[in-house]
Design a protein around this ligand. Structure first.
Ligand code: AMP
Length: 125
């Protein structure tokens, strides 16, 4: 079910539970502000999620409330993970679903990194 973008942060969401170590994740990168792990249901040969460690519901929430340090670290982390997976040269796609119309299902900001094949058109019509 897509999330309600106006709802407050839900501490029981699956990515909050991963951050607390309550459920496992296949981590590929971690720093003070960010965590990256493989998507459990990959939609491409490489499908990694990058999340901030802070409690942000969505891109909308993060871009409004996060500190400069968190934002800088998060952007750096996404780029670093893509490069570390060998995706910079063949290319890759970043996707952030926001709220109900965006199809966001987990109410903790995450950037999808897709790669490993030609990804085709951006959206179906
Ligand atoms: P979105 O629709 O943008 O909210 O994407 C949520 C993503 O989280 C989906 O691609 C799911 O496959 C992924 N996901 C859900 N639970 C887990 C989990 N426990 N570990 C890794 N990825 C997950």
């Amino acid at each position: 079910m897509p999330i309600d973008a106006a709802a407050p942060y839900d501490e029981s969401n699956v990515f909050a539970r991963i951050l607390r170590g309550e459920i496992p994740a296949r981590t590929v990168y971690e720093d003070e502000h960010s965590l990256a792990f493989h998507d459990i249901n990959p939609a491409a040969p490489v499908h990694i999620l990058v999340i901030p460690k802070g409690a942000y519901v969505s891109w909308d929430d993060f871009s409004e409330r996060a500190s400069e340090a968190e934002i800088a670290a998060f952007v750096r982390a996404v780029g670093h993970v893509a490069r570390s997976q060998g995706l910079a040269s063949p290319g890759y796609r970043l996707l952030v679903n926001v709220g109900a119309d965006g199809g966001q299902e987990v109410p903790h900001l995450h950037v999808h990194i897709f790669g490993g094949r030609r990804l085709g058109p951006m959206l179906s019509r």
